[in-house]
Design a protein. Structure first.
Length: 607
């Protein structure tokens, strides 16, 4: 079950179009045809006025000579059609010559442009991800240089049409990086299809800057890593974690980002009516590649609800047992957080579909099925095949598509499926591989606010950033601390839904909730402690009699009832600060749901 997304053409599909690539030549042909028509009509009128006979082929021959500035010298009066043709026809060869010269000297012009630009973005690898980022950076007004090793890559022409400079060659070569202007660039994005190549690009760029002392500005390097294990290891590497080095390296993963957005848009607890609602939440993941694993991990981080029931996770994969051993080997304490089961089955096979009703059960829990296959057509076929066995059950189906257009549109058309199922597509590239997310401008606003609030609070007690790396500015903050802030931020929406609240812009007319009631604070503090335990367990921490950063042990990794009152108060204080945290990003808390947590998913039934 591959995680490689298959591009599917749709209304807004960015893949190259013949019209986009060839419109200058199409326009040139249209201009030539127009000149021929005016020339033939003009010559016919001219010869008729002089009483001379003419043939159709003779008119064409005379009109053709206008393109090379011949046959245009005729005595007055000249018909206006011929006058137009005499001036229009020479434009055609002139335009063709300009286009040809531009094609011949394109690389030379690009080299001249490369020598003058600075503060640009360099995109290494014109995959779907690279193309998406190149487009986003161009939309923001930035100059973009793309490096692509495959001359047959269809995105090259599209990239040039966007105004990008495209260099053909190996991005791991220091000479190529120098040619692309790495010492003058602001951003370097390594998004080839190979993790090792992306890391090698970052290492080579670091060495180039170390040799070139005249670099005009600090370079931010973004390295895309698909393997989540390698991703975590690299984030701890000295080169990727050296805050004093002006060469800043960030590791990112579109699967992790997509999983965060998926559960933000489609909360798993949708349907819980109150803290006293003890319906368990059940997540069924079909296909346990990189996307499936990222969804499960994000659900484990945020799936801590008011009723205190543990999240139930069922993973279905044809290599289920092998995937279970590998996953629990990396996260050995996962079963302390969720009730997990791994089934070895072909997720879209007939045998599994017959068993699916028993796996999902009745309507005695809140079930969400997430299909995490790589190809769009495969995902769509799987989603449609789930409708019949899930008929009559309150189950939401989320289907991974490479984009939210194209085949994904079929999932929104009930008349196509013939059923009123709660089926939604979630896109990987359209929303999770953008410039704003890459630069931490969108999804991390609340996480930044949490960190800034923490730094301000510690500063009141005299703490200084140079003595504690956790107090560093967000841009220089260790990735582990950033991720901790992100996890706390992602859970705030879960907490608000638990007490029938939501966040909204400050400009909203409803009156804001300035503080929570005492019983709400207690409930949310319990949820926060459960979230904190999950964060620590996934990071490899264990219970220990003493807190030890090196051994990753803590006496606080226990249930709420076993927690010392002083530590409980820390969780309560974190909850009390939520209104102020939201205010820092221009949000306020409103009483009353936005509708997502009030309604259960509709039954999958015949329309």
């Amino acid at each position: 079950m591959s995680d490689t997304a298959t591009p599917i053409s749709g209304p807004n599909d960015p893949s190259p179009r013949p019209w986009n690539r060839h419109w200058p030549w199409v326009a040139l042909c249209a201009l030539a045809a127009l000149a021929m028509w005016f020339g033939c009509v003009g010559f016919a009128k001219y010869l008729a006025s002089r009483g001379e006979s003419w043939s159709f082929l003779g008119l064409i021959y005379r009109a053709l000579q206008l393109f090379v500035l011949q046959s245009g010298a005729v005595p007055e009066p000249v018909p206006w059609e011929l006058e137009v043709a005499r001036f229009l026809a020479p434009v055609v060869p002139a335009w063709a010559a300009v286009q040809a010269l531009a094609a011949v000297f394109r690389d030379q012009l690009g080299e001249l442009q490369l020598r003058r630009i600075k503060g640009h973005a360099i995109v290494c690898g014109l995959s779907e991800r690279g193309m998406q980022l190149a487009r986003d950076f161009r939309r923001s007004g930035a100059e973009v240089v793309a490096i692509e090793s495959n001359e047959a890559n269809g995105h090259i022409s599209t990239c040039r049409e966007l105004g990008c400079i495209v260099l053909l060659g190996d991005a791991t070569d220091s000479a190529m990086l120098l040619r692309a202007g790495v010492p003058r660039a602001r951003h370097l994005i390594a998004v080839t299809d190979d993790d090792g190549t992306n890391v090698e690009i970052a290492v080579e760029a670091h060495q180039v800057l170390a040799r070139k002392r005249w670099a005009s500005s600090a370079l931010k390097c973004f390295v895309h890593i698909v393997d989540t294990r390698l991703c975590d290891l690299l984030r701890q590497h000295r080169m990727f974690d050296d805050r004093a080095d002006p060469f800043e390296v960030r590791v990112f993963n579109v699967y992790q980002t997509s999983a965060r957005q998926l559960l933000e848009d489609h909360p798993l607890e949708t349907g819980l009516s109150s803290p006293g609602d003890f319906l368990p939440v059940h997540l069924v993941v079909l296909g346990f590649g990189q996307m499936g694993e990222s969804v499960v991990l994000q659900a484990a981080k945020t799936g801590h609800y008011a009723n205190g029931k543990r999240l139930r996770v069922t993973v279905v994969d044809r290599l289920g047992e092998q995937k279970r051993r590998g996953f629990l080997g990396r996260y050995p304490q996962f079963n302390l957080i969720c009730d997990a089961a791994f089934l070895e089955a072909d997720a879209d096979g007939r045998e599994f579909l017959d068993r699916l009703p028993d796996i999902v059960g009745g309507n005695d829990d809140l079930t969400t099925v997430v299909a995490c296959f790589g190809g769009d057509s495969h995902s769509l076929a799987c989603a449609l095949s789930l409708l019949t066995p899930l008929s009559g059950r309150k189950v939401r189906i989320l289907v991974r598509m490479s984009r939210e257009t194209g085949l994904a549109a079929l999932l929104r058309a009930r008349d196509v499926t013939g059923r009123a199922a709660d089926v939604h597509a979630f896109g990987v590239l359209d929303r999770s591989c953008t410039r704003s997310l890459l630069l931490d401008e969108e999804l991390d606003r609340l996480a930044k606010a949490i960190h800034e609030g923490y730094v301000a609070e510690r500063a009141k007690g005299g703490a200084r950033p140079e003595a504690d790396p956790a107090l560093a500015p967000w841009e220089l903050l260790d990735s582990a601390y950033k991720d901790s802030n992100r996890q706390q931020a992602d859970h705030i929406a879960v907490k608000l839904r638990a007490v029938d609240c939501r966040s909204a812009p400050v400009a909203a007319e409803e009156s804001a909730v300035e503080q929570f009631a005492a019983d709400e604070v207690e409930l949310l503090a319990r949820m926060e402690h459960a979230r904190y335990n999950a964060e620590r367990f996934l990071a490899g921490w264990r219970w220990g009699a003493e807190r030890d950063l090196q051994k990753r042990t803590s006496p606080y990794l226990v249930g709420w009832d076993e927690l010392a009152e002083q530590i409980r108060e820390y969780d309560r204080e974190a909850v009390r600060k939520i209104p102020a945290l939201l205010a820092r990003i221009g949000q306020k808390i409103l009483r009353g749901s936005d509708g997502r947590s009030e309604e259960s998913p509709p039954c999958n039934q015949e329309a």
